[in-house]
Design a protein around this ligand. Structure first.
Ligand SMILES: Cc1cc2nc3c(=O)[nH]c(=O)nc-3n(C[C@H](O)[C@H](O)[C@H](O)COP(=O)(O)OP(=O)(O)OC[C@H]3O[C@@H](n4cnc5c(N)ncnc54)[C@H](O)[C@@H]3O)c2cc1C
Ligand SMILES: C=Cc1c2[nH]c(c1C)Cc1[nH]c(c(CCC(=O)O)c1C)Cc1[nH]c(c(C)c1CCC(=O)O)Cc1[nH]c(c(C)c1C=C)C2
Length: 473
């Protein structure tokens, strides 16, 4: 029997789900419902007439592993191969990442030599912690914070500086609250399987990742973007979906409620109209899904609500000429240095192709807030653009010694943009999926709130949701 599937949320997760559903003859109709005026969610590129492109959300995607290969495969299916911009592994933007500690920039240790020497701001060579790690006994807890895990297995100093910064540079979150099991599954699995992260990395954690070996053509890339910015991807997906007869895509179509009647969803929209669907794939942020589900699904909504998200202030800046004292991907700031200032991306180093046409410029993005948003800026509703801009330009001056003012800037406050996988996230997922299955709810959860926040993970979650359903229909 053919079915009508509604995909709720037109971010990259929802578009990916539709793309994969549209390939199946078993689905009679796919309806994409996006609440805002555009598709793509956090993939949002500001394009200026002079050719410059500034990213509000993701600016580069790693082509690593099965999910990395998968995303590039979709890019290729959409005919975007000639649009790809890539950074090779031997480029400075791949080799150089910095930490801003004690008022100075420090290059993060990389390569074998970097592990053997004492490199400031660390007080000992990393090799000490690495060798000791193999002797540390296995943890007994089902989950642990990223900070506790790294302190226990490697060293408190690495946890306080490097891991604290890394969690801010991926989740805009606090490594003392984030779950190692859900945020960094390979680390958790390596300890489970081999009793050690180092041994797990050397021997593998027992799970084959055969797709890594399929990634032949892109193995020299460390990240990729697209010629007119990351937004090109949702645009291409939207265009491709519009060409399919069995697919309807709707924006400015906010879902207000989902009610189940006789095994069929009745979806109420903001304009008062309703539509029916046999199955819903939700790619909404968990809390947004919680607010549209019926009261009867309370055990599920309670779990969904406990997945909170962080708000990030993003400031894109453009400076005349080359103004950076160092070159590389960017720098991160540990929470002990400045809780509100997460880091600065040196966009024009990774992707100079996205600079304006004409003379040389430096494009930077300053990211602030995250878990520390309120303590830094106060209430979200009261913070002014000027306060945020001043904080960003002040950081560029003090961290990078840039004294000239930016020639262009864009301030954006991305409310609840990155889900936080706090301690026990895996248990919450298990409870939610058990509830859905026990109650035979025709509902699949996909998107960044559950199994990975990266663009690759989210594309994969949309694909898995679609393929899981098509297999069942
Ligand atoms: C600042 C920032 C930097 C990032 N950098 C990187 C990076 O460098 N590399 C990387 O891999 N990833 C990065 N990410 C992560 C990645 O971009 C996101 O995790 C991913 O885009 C989330 O996609 P999604 O489809 O799950 O959710 P969203 O993009 O949140 O899409 C959900 C959609 O649902 C819609 N919606 C909400 N409520 C309703 C409703 N009631 N009815 C209908 N529609 C609704 C929203 O409008 C939205 O379009 C970054 C994210 C941010 C915020
Ligand atoms: C300073 C804040 C942030 C910066 N990027 C993000 C935030 C919150 C968001 C983000 N960055 C990455 C991802 C995807 C993760 C993945 O698994 O691919 C997300 C959601 C990529 C990333 N960026 C940094 C790291 C260590 C990673 C993980 C993958 C990798 O190693 O490439 C470092 C980093 N991010 C930012 C800066 C300034 C920075 C470091 C120099 C910005």
């Amino acid at each position: 029997m053919q079915k009508i599937v509604a995909v709720v949320g037109g971010g990259i997760g929802g578009l990916s789900a539709c793309h994969h559903l549209s390939k199946s003859p078993n689905v009679s109709k796919v309806v994409l419902l996006e609440g805002s005026g555009r598709y793509g969610g956090w993939l949002n590129s500001t394009r200026r007439d002079d050719g410059a492109v500034f990213e509000l959300g993701p600016r580069g995607v790693r082509p690593a592993g099965a999910v990395g290969w998968n995303a590039l495969n979709m890019v290729s299916e959409l005919g975007l191969e000639s649009e790809i911009l890539f950074v090779t592994k031997d480029h400075v933007a791949s080799k150089n990442r910095f930490l801003y500690v004690n008022g100075q920039l420090h290059k993060m240790p990389s390569g074998f030599g970097g592990v053997l020497r004492t490199i400031s701001p660390f007080s000992r060579p990393i090799i000490h912690s690495v060798l000791r790690e193999m002797l540390v006994s296995k943890g007994k807890d089902e989950d642990e914070s990223v900070h506790a895990f790294v302190s226990r297995r490697l060293s408190p100093e690495l946890a306080d500086i490097a891991i604290d910064s890394m969690c801010r540079g991926v989740f805009a979150g606090d490594c003392r609250q984030l779950s190692v099991r859900s945020c960094f599954p390979p680390l958790y699995k390596a300890e489970r399987a081999r009793g050690s992260i180092v041994l797990g990395m050397l021997m593998g954690s027992g799970e084959t990742s055969e797709v890594t070996f399929l990634l032949i053509r892109n193995k020299s890339w460390s990240q990729w973007s697209l010629k007119r910015g990351m937004q090109t991807l949702p645009e291409a997906l939207e265009n491709s979906l519009r060409r399919q007869e069995r697919v309807e895509v709707h924006h400015n179509t906010l879902v207000k409620s989902l009610t189940l009647q006789g095994g069929v969803w009745e979806i109420k929209l903001e304009d008062g109209s309703t539509l029916k669907a046999d199955h819903v794939i939700s790619t909404l942020p968990a809390s947004a899904l919680a607010s549209v589900l019926p009261p009867i699904a309370q055990p599920l909504t309670e779990q969904l609500r406990s997945i909170v998200s962080a708000t990030v202030a993003v400031v894109n800046l453009e400076y005349e000429g080359f103004v950076l004292p160092v070159t590389g991907f960017g720098h991160l700031v540990p929470s002990s240095e400045d809780p509100g200032l997460l880091g600065v991306v040196y966009d024009s180093v990774s992707f100079p192709q996205l600079n304006r046409n004409g003379g040389p410029t430096t494009r930077l993005t300053v990211m602030m807030g995250g878990t520390w948003f309120e303590q830094t800026f106060g209430s979200l509703h009261e913070v002014t653009q000027q306060t945020v801009l001043d904080r960003a330009t002040g950081a560029v001056t003090s961290h990078l010694g840039v004294t000239s003012p930016p020639v262009w800037s864009l301030v954006s406050i991305l409310k609840d943009c990155i889900p936080q996988y706090h301690l026990g996230h895996w248990k919450r997922l298990e409870k939610m999926r058990q509830y859905i299955s026990k109650n035979n709810l025709p509902l699949t959860l996909a998107g960044a709130s559950y199994d990975g926040v990266s663009v690759n993970d989210v594309i994969f979650s949309g694909q898995t949701a679609a393929e899981g359903l098509v297999g069942k229909i």
